[in-house]
Design a binder for this molecule. Structure first.
Ligand code: GLY
Length: 426
């Protein structure tokens, strides 16, 4: 088979790494890929938003299956563009991708079908939005309706913070059309986790749960990032909680999408929160998580290509999906300064030594190659990932591998998966 992966981050390296292990794969392409992905795939210089050229490439190369990493091309209709040309592609249509691309669409769907009763209102004018915030009080959550690269959601501790975010979206236009509507939503407190599923629109096959660390600093301090590390499984997610989220939230959502004429096919990512009153859905994403894919796929014992193909062909019910019992920990290594200003082009040393450690795989998120040397090329640079028989084991392996890596102004958190080790020790 010939497979094309669309994207260039750590998630896409993890997808390429797993897909390249499949016995049915002859050639793997990645557009645009990165230097790490280039070790297992042929990188093609095409940007993820360039839908016509991506489809031209898939047609010319007779690609059997395209797998899409990021949300932007999905929301822009890459699946529609490919299927219109008779090309096989894994992911939701633009209509189904609204589950991530429009928060008002999702909240309204979930309420219409009795899947969620979280309090919320949608506004396109600042005055009534602010009046609602004042009536509800803080803490409160204000979300830009559309895609905003993870920056559109504000958990406001005060009414002033909520009002400022309303202004950012509706008055200043900081998120363009993505912020032309805001959702003001009830605040929920608790530990967050995510559960992703494969679905062909009917059958739902859950993946193992994971938890990521969104803040830049140890102890969950500082600015929000794309994710500074993660682990799987999640001790805080009991079997009962897992079943509740899959059967009472995710399956009914997949059924609701089919009932409303937009069957959801692909990976559905449920961002959840474990509140005192029980688990709740915070959001859906229409794709694999990043960096969560880096800890989920190493635990997958089955052939990923077989699962993806069966999903696209509507026969997911025929596939047996098996997971390893091992724990997995990923520590993200970033450029100093991220998520604000940072420098690129720093030589990265120690990658081979780190990769050679027992149970370790180093996924590249933002790297390039210059004169045969790997260099930094992004804010998040690497996802140093390790499997182990316990969280302590997996965590020790991941951090030992991180210590072998070196580049100028390298930064990482030091507390990834510590709470999982503590939970396992209890
Ligand atoms: N790590 C969060 C996400 O992939 O959206």
């Amino acid at each position: 088979m010939k497979i094309l992966i669309v994207g260039s981050g750590g998630r896409e390296h993890a997808l390429s790494w797993k897909i390249s292990q499949s016995p049915v794969v002859d050639i793997l392409y990645a557009a645009p890929g990165n230097a790490g992905i280039g070790q297992v795939a042929n990188c093609v210089d095409l940007e993820v938003q360039n839908l016509p050229e991506l489809a031209d490439f898939a047609q010319q190369q007779q690609i059997d299956l395209t797998v899409v990493g990021p949300e932007a091309p999905l929301a822009a209709g890459i699946v529609d563009a490919f299927t219109n040309r008779g090309l096989n592609i894994y992911g939701p249509t633009a209509a189904a991708a609204q589950l991530e691309a429009s928060k008002s669409f999702t909240n309204q769907l979930l309420h219409r079908h009795g899947i969620s009763d979280i309090r919320f209102e949608v506004f396109d004018e600042p005055k009534p939005a602010k009046a609602y915030v004042r009536r509800q009080g803080a803490p409160i959550v204000v979300k830009a309706d559309g895609l905003a690269a993870g920056k559109g959601v504000k958990v406001a501790a005060t009414i002033q913070e909520a009002e400022a975010h309303i202004d950012r979206c509706l008055v200043e236009g900081a998120y363009g059309t993505s912020g032309s509507k805001v959702i003001v939503e009830e605040f929920l407190a608790g530990q967050e986790c995510s559960i992703k599923v494969f679905t062909d629109g009917q059958t739902v096959v859950p993946m193992v749960p994971s938890q990521d660390y969104k803040r830049i600093g140890d102890g969950d301090t500082g600015d929000n990032t794309g994710g500074m590390g993660c682990y799987s499984p999640v001790p805080a997610v009991s079997e009962e909680t897992f079943d509740y989220i899959v059967n009472r939230k995710i399956r009914p959502t997949v059924e609701a999408m089919a009932e409303e004429g937009s069957p959801y096919v692909g990976t559905l990512y449920a961002g959840c929160i474990l509140t005192e009153k029980g688990p709740e859905l915070l959001e859906y994403n229409c794709r694999f998580g990043d960096p969560e894919t880096q800890v989920v796929l190493p635990r997958l014992d089955s052939d990923l290509v077989e699962i993806l193909q069966a999903t696209v062909e509507g026969r997911l019910a025929e596939v047996d999906v098996h997971w390893r019992d091992e724990r997995c920990v990923c520590v993200v290594v970033a450029s100093g300064g991220y998520p604000a200003k940072y420098e690129k082009g720093k030589a990265i040393n120690g990658l081979d030594e780190a990769d050679a450690q027992d149970g370790v795989v180093v996924f590249h998120a933002g790297t390039a190659r210059q004169d045969g040397q790997f260099i930094t090329d992004g804010g998040r640079v690497l996802g140093v990932t390790a499997l182990g028989n316990s969280f302590r084991d997996a965590r020790d392996r991941a951090y030992k591998a991180v210590e072998l890596i070196d580049f100028d102004k390298m930064y990482h958190r030091t507390d990834i998966a510590l709470r999982a080790v503590e939970a396992e020790d209890r």
